[in-house]
Every structure is written in structure tokens, then in C-alpha cells.
Write a protein that binds this ligand. Structure first.
Ligand code: ZN
Length: 338
């Protein structure tokens, strides 16, 4: 993923927001009434997210090496993910596609989808990208910029959290149907050292494909949650800009849940930057609102943290406490959906 500068989009949304101001006020009043302390919702038993287990799933992916499309490690890791989802009794769909990269390389890509409770029409979508970046283009050492990265945080962490959730859903299914999608070819976007002309839409190739051809015809879900870089030590998940504009209710629900569970230091109630990531294509192509939970480090140059798109993105940056905060928050949200 990369940083996005959505000035024009923000201006457009402002016009829409002004137009729908009175409507927002009405919704706010209803929300306030729902939040009255004397209205206690029936409690749901949420299975305990195991951060050690999630950590192991992150490491098992990283142990394959960089998961760059068209490599043996990528192929092997994709097979591992399919087997894991089958082991957890998901109905598995594998979307194979030849996707064209910014430099016209044909990427042999696979979106890997595991559906739980597939007959339930009320569904949520949980997603992460499973490929890792072919370049360390943010490395200071220019000689190392063309080498692929391990992507422990950028890629494997989100998938690790979702595999742990899949394990728990097999043991105790949530009320709602859930589709877990591991998108491929998210991180093959145009590198900073590229000399040719800029090309749009070179990131998120797997989700762009899925948006055109969903795994189920006419696929719909109430909303989606995208996990990206959710395992870093000291991570902070500010409210990402595109999610705020297109899925504000879901952002509020997730961030409020995190506060309630005591994870406010990981989920500050503050706005972060806007990023180009899979949630944009999910929303633009299917109109399913999708929230990106993504690390934002205001004090780093890129905004993503100093490890981002460098060789530092290895198991050393992964912290079970972060995986736990994200995993428990998303579990709480999913299991409370009726
Ligand atoms: Zn990336």
C-alpha cells in the first residue's frame, strides 16, 4: 500500500456531507439513545483470541521467505493458506488470475477465500493481503532496494490474525456468515526507483480483480474489515481517511469496541492519513463499506513506520500484544453481529 493524497475526494465528500447534515444529526440522536447506559445488550460469549497462535501463523508464512508472485515461496505459501482454511472447515474458493503488473510482468496470482456459514445471507468480509513486496524500495542502501522483503508485518500479520480467527470460528461459529479473503498482488505497485511514466492502479491487483469478478456472483456483505500491518511493536491504528469517509459507522463501532476492551492506546480516537489499499477497490467495485485497520506512525517519514518496505520488516518487529489487541477487537465486533 502507499500513502494517498485525497484533496479532491475530500472536497467532494465535504459537499455531500453539508448536503446531508440534518440527516446526520438525526442518526446521531438515535445513536445516543442506543448508547443509554440502562440499555444493556445481551452478552455474547466471544472465543478467546490466542496471540501465540496468531504469532505462529505469521512466522509460518515468513518462514517460506518473501511471498512474491511467480516464485516457489509464493506458490508454497498459497498452498499452505488453502490447507489451513480447509483444516478449519471453511468452504474454500481459489481465484486464479494472470494479473498485469506496472512493468507488464504477468503475475500468476491467487485470491484465497474461506467462507464460514456460507448459506447465511447476512455476511461480513474480513481481508488482508498475503503477498509480500518484491522490492525494499524504502531501504537507505540503494544496492538492497531491488531485493524482495519478508513482509512479516506488511502482509503476514493480517493473514496471521485472520487464520487465528478462522481456527476459532471452526470451534464456535459466530451468528453471522463470514468470508475471509486473502488478496494476492497487493504490494507489487510501482517502486520509488522506477524511471518510467507513472501509472495509476498498480497496487492492489488482487482486490481489483476480485472486485470485477467476486468469488460468488452478486456477492454482498454488510461491511468489510481489512487488516494491514497489524502486528508491529508499538503500533497505533488511527482512523484511516477513506474508511472514515465511506464506512463511518463501522469505524466508530470498531474504535469504540477497542476502547471498551482497554485497547485505546493501540486505537487512538484520532484521524490518520488516507492510504491506497485493498479496501478502496472493495468499496469502489462492490459498494461494500470496508474499514482499513492499518498502522500509522505520525513520527515516521512514510507514516507507516521505519520498517515499511525495508528489510527490517521481519519477525523482529512483530509483537504478540499488537496481534492480541487487533484480534480481540475484531473478534468482539464479529461475534456481536446478529
Ligand atoms: Zn506494502
Amino acid at each position: 500500500m502507499k500513502r494517498n493524497y485525497p484533496l479532491l475526494a475530500a472536497m467532494l465528500m465535504l459537499v455531500i456531507a453539508i448536503g446531508s447534515c440534518s440527516n446526520n444529526r438525526k442518526q446521531a440522536t438515535e445513536a445516543d439513545e442506543n448508547a443509554r447506559p440502562d440499555v444493556v445488550p445481551a452478552s455474547v460469549v466471544v472465543p478467546a483470541f490466542n496471540a501465540d497462535s496468531a504469532y505462529r501463523y505469521v512466522k509460518e508464512q515468513v518462514d517460506f521467505g518473501p511471498r512474491v508472485p511467480n516464485t516457489a515461496a509464493h506458490r508454497a505459501c498459497g498452498d499452505y493458506l488453502i490447507n489451513k482454511l480447509r483444516q478449519f472447515s471453511a468452504q474454500v474458493h481459489v481465484q486464479e488470475a494472470d494479473l498485469v503488473a506496472y512493468d507488464n510482468t504477468i503475475l500468476k496470482a491467487r485470491n484465497i477465500i474461506g467462507s464460514f456459514n456460507p448459506d447465511n445471507r447476512r455476511r461480513i468480509l474480513l481481508c488482508a493481503h498475503w503477498d509480500s513486496r518484491p522490492y525494499a524500495d524504502e531501504e537507505r542502501n540503494k544496492k538492497k532496494q531491488k531485493e524482495p522483503i519478508l513482509g512479516a508485518n506488511d502482509g503476514a500479520s493480517g493473514v496471521g490474525v485472520l487464520l487465528e480467527m478462522a481456527r476459532l470460528m471452526q470451534q464456535q461459529a459466530p451468528t453471522i456468515g463470514v468470508d475471509i479473503i486473502f488478496f494476492d498482488a497487493e504490494d507489487y505497485g510501482i517502486p520509488s526507483f522506477h524511471k518510467g511514466a507513472y501509472k495509476a492502479d498498480t497496487w492492489c491487483l488482487g482486490s481489483q480483480y476480485w472486485g470485477r469478478v467476486p468469488h460468488v456472483q452478486g456477492y454482498n456483505a454488510r461491511y468489510g474489515i481489512l487488516l494491514d500491518m497489524v502486528g508491529g511493536r508499538g503500533a497505533t491504528f488511527y482512523r484511516e481517511g477513506f474508511s472514515q469517509r465511506t464506512a463511518p459507522e463501522q469505524v466508530k463501532k470498531i474504535w469504540d469496541t477497542a476502547q471498551r476492551l482497554g485497547f485505546g492506546s493501540f486505537f487512538p480516537q484520532a484521524d490518520g492519513m488516507e492510504v491506497t489499499d485493498d479496501h478502496i477497490y472493495v468499496y469502489e467495485r462492490t459498494r461494500i463499506p470496508c474499514v482499513d485497520i492499518i498502522n500509522y506512525q505520525p513520527d515516521s517519514d512514510s507514516g507507516f513506520g521505519d520498517f515499511w518496505h525495508t528489510h527490517q520488516d521481519n519477525m523482529d518487529v512483530i509483537d504478540r500484544a499488537t496481534l492480541n489487541a487487533v484480534g480481540r477487537t475484531v473478534m468482539e465486533v464479529v461475534y456481536n453481529e446478529k
